[in-house]
Design a protein around this ligand. Structure first.
Ligand code: SF4
Length: 221
């Protein structure tokens, strides 16, 4: 069984455009799992923290395939809290489906799950998330992800003061993405210029948040 986030009394599985990362703009089915091991104060999916809806992997596979889309984004919450069920789900999906996982980078994937994932979007949480540092940043887990060529590291940043903590993690700079800290379109526009400056200064990639530009803070899109 998979515990899926509840939105408007239904399991949160929907079709949209990937709003972040290197595949920004790509049409994809989104599967949002319930439960998280962190509690970021600016989390834009707090509805996923509580009890979700339990669904069989077979039912979830059918719901995903109903969208007739060959790209799947698994998000949360923290998806790696449900690795065994996720691995069973992915075995039911067509070969060739492109699967991305959005994770906070605190848990290592099992080898069985790892081999089924095409792209990891890892978003380690910095001090302004409000989580205790030793709970939110697991250098040994991030070092493992850094060995995977299909892993990207997306940091939500507020300003230059965040850079030393990112640099200290010693991740491949060509796979670091900085994203403005924002949960609305207006906040995104306000926060973006400082992040553009950081990207130019440190020669890393800017990650915008297309879903905020398109839909502001609406859920389930
Ligand atoms: S890790 Fe992600 S889902 Fe969990 S609290 Fe932080 S932003 Fe929200």
């Amino acid at each position: 069984m998979l515990n899926i986030a509840r939105l408007n009394s239904a399991p949160e599985i929907f079709y949209s455009l990937q709003g972040e990362g290197t595949r920004c703009g790509t049409p994809a089915v989104f599967l949002r799992l319930a439960g998280c091991n962190l509690a970021c104060k600016w989390c834009d999916t707090k509805h996923s923290w509580g009890n979700g809806i339990l669904c069989s992997t077979g039912d979830v596979a059918s719901l995903i395939q109903d969208f007739n889309c060959h790209s799947l984004v698994i998000t949360g919450g923290e998806p790696l809290l449900q690795q065994a069920a996720l691995t069973r789900l992915l075995a039911l999906l067509p070969v060739g489906m492109h699967v991305e996982v959005e994770t906070n980078g605190t848990l290592c994937p099992t080898p069985e799950l790892e081999q089924r994932i095409n792209q990891w979007n890892i978003s380690p949480k910095l001090i302004h998330s409000g989580n205790p540092r030793d709970k939110a940043l697991k250098p040994e887990v991030l070092a493992h992800f850094a060995t995977l060529p299909q892993a990207w590291f997306k940091f939500v940043v507020q300003g230059e003061e965040d850079w030393p903590a990112i640099e200290a993690l010693n991740l491949p700079p060509q796979r670091i993405i900085l994203m403005p800290c924002a949960t609305t379109r207006a906040a995104l526009e306000n926060a973006r210029p400082a992040v553009v400056d950081m990207c130019l200064r440190h020669r890393v990639r800017l990650g915008d948040r297309l879903h905020l530009t398109l839909w502001d803070d609406k859920k389930g899109v």
